[in-house]
Design a protein around this ligand. Sequence first.
Ligand SMILES: Cc1cc2nc3c(=O)[nH]c(=O)nc-3n(C[C@H](O)[C@H](O)[C@H](O)COP(=O)(O)O)c2cc1C
Length: 172
Amino acid sequence: MELTDIIEKRRSIRDFRDIPIPNETLEKILNYALLAPSGRNAKPVDLIVLKDKETITKVMNARTNNFGFLKTAPVCIVVTADEESSTWCADASIVASYIQLLAVNYGLGSCWGQVHGRYFNDKSVEEEIKRILSIPENFRVLSIVSLGYANEEKAPHTLNEVNKSKIHYDHW
Ligand SMILES: Cc1cc2nc3c(=O)[nH]c(=O)nc-3n(C[C@H](O)[C@H](O)[C@H](O)COP(=O)(O)O)c2cc1C
C-alpha cells in the first residue's frame, strides 16, 4: 500500500473484533515504530504492550469517560518516554503516530487515547496509569493506543477535507 493510501485509511477505530493479533505482526509494529526519529537521537520512548484483559480494564477505568474504546481491544500499547529528554512529548507522539500508520499497513485499526495532561475525577490520568503499571518515576505517559481488527467501518479520509488556507508560503 502507498503511504498516501495508509494516511487516508487511518481512522480512529473504537470497536474491535475478538481476534488476536499475530505476534509476528505485533513485533513488526513495535520494532518499526521504534525506528522513529527523536530529538538529539536520544530515543527516550519505551512501549508497554498490554494483552491481559484485567490490566486493560484497570487502565480503562483510569479514564472511564473516554477510554471505553479499550474494552474490546485485544492489544493496547502504552507510549511512555523518559522526561530527561526535553523532546519526550514530540518523540513519543511520533512513535504513536507510526504505530497508527503501521496498524493500517497490517490491516488493523487503532485509536489514540490521550493520557498526558488529562484528568478524571480530579486525578491525573498519567499518575494513575503510572501507578497501575509500575512505570518508573522519571518516565512520562503520553498515550495508550488500542490495536485490533476493526469491528466498525469508517470511510477513509480524502484530500477534499483539507483546509487549504492552513498552508502558508513564505509568510503567514
Ligand atoms: C492527541 C490526540 C488525542 C486523542 N485522544 C483521544 C482520546 O482520549 N479518546 C478517543 O477516543 N480518541 C482520541 N483521539 C482520536 C481523535 O478523536 C481522532 O483522531 C479525531 O476525532 C479524528 O478522527 P480520525 O482519527 O478517525 O481521523 C485523539 C487523537 C489525538 C491525535
